[in-house]
Ligand binder design. Structure first.
Ligand code: NDP
Length: 249
């Protein structure tokens, strides 16, 4: 295994859930971390807490990954010592609604497509060329979903976005094959985070019912896998990991 100590890790969607847990794992391992999300207060609090606990450098940048110019500006405006990003964790994402496709809310579709697909693309398009230019052993770790493999009723658009994450991961892996850059797609099943609450537009009861009879994964379970993939020796590429709770069908 290799160490991620002093590597620069960019994590999108780091204000809660899996992104926040990844930030903690990388901080504990001594990496330097850039956290982004829309909730400025939360990421700044997380950055302060991680810096205090692990004495590592953490930078919080407010960013909506749906905004392509904001993504470009955010990366261009990083202080010089933060520019050479070694590891990009494309984690920002959401699911909204569980309506049948023919009854779906188009605004919900736009948010999912713009965040889960376009946001990932904007960050990747901006950061991967810099990894190549800086001759880094770069690593792009995408948080896909088991939803990208198996569609479920009412989830067509979300599932399609995560299917896109799988295909984009496979495509990027081919496109960087002549570089040391590795590409990993992690496909979790149910993870207990704010994800379900957001899906049901804040309805806590509906959100909790999703886990009836199942012990869901924790955000930390996923962060462990992300750190493992990043820590594999440089010649080892973990292409895809699918991980589910034991009782999830
Ligand atoms: P959370 O809702 O806890 O976290 C989502 C994160 O994404 C938040 O930090 C949120 O921050 C950020 N985010 C959302 N939209 C944007 C945006 N436009 N720009 C920047 N950041 C954004 O859910 P999870 O941790 O569960 O989700 C993380 C990833 O895991 C997602 O891609 C999700 O699809 C995937 N996943 C989750 C599963 C689950 O069961 N929980 C299962 C499989 C995959 P903010 O609101 O501050 O911007």
């Amino acid at each position: 295994m290799q160490t991620v100590k002093n590597k620069i890790v960019f994590i999108s969607g780091a204000s809660s859930g899996i992104g926040k847990a990844c930030a903690e794992s990388f901080a504990q391992a001594g990496a330097k971390i850039i956290l982004c999300a829309r909730n400025t207060k939360k990421i700044q609090e997380i950055a302060n807490a991680l810096t205090a606990q692990y004495q590592t450098e953490v930078l919080a940048i407010p960013l909506d990954v749906q905004e392509k110019h904001a993504v470009t500006n955010a990366i261009d405006s990083l202080p010089a010592e933060w520019q050479a990003i070694d590891i990009l964790v494309n984690n920002a994402g959401l699911s909204l609604g569980l309506e049948k496709l023919q009854q779906g809310d188009i605004a919900d579709w736009d948010a999912m497509i713009d965040t889960n697909i376009k946001g990932l693309l904007y960050l990747t398009r901006k950061i991967v060329p810099q990894m190549i230019e800086n001759k880094l052993n770069g690593h792009v770790i995408n948080i896909g979903s088991i939803a990208g493999i198996h569609a479920y009723p009412g989830g067509a658009v979300y599932c399609a976005t995560k299917s896109a994450v799988k295909v984009l991961s496979d495509g990027l892996r081919m496109d960087v094959v002549d570089t040391p850059i590795r590409v990993t797609n992690i496909q979790p099943g149910m993870v207990e985070t704010n994800f379900s609450v957001i899906r049901f537009h804040g309805d806590q009861q509906k959100a909790a019912a999703v886990y009836d009879g199942i012990q869901p994964l924790t955000a930390e379970d996923i962060a462990d896998i992300v750190l493992y993939a990043a820590s594999a020796p440089a010649h080892v590429q973990i292409c895809e990991v699918t991980v589910t709770p034991v009782h999830q069908a």
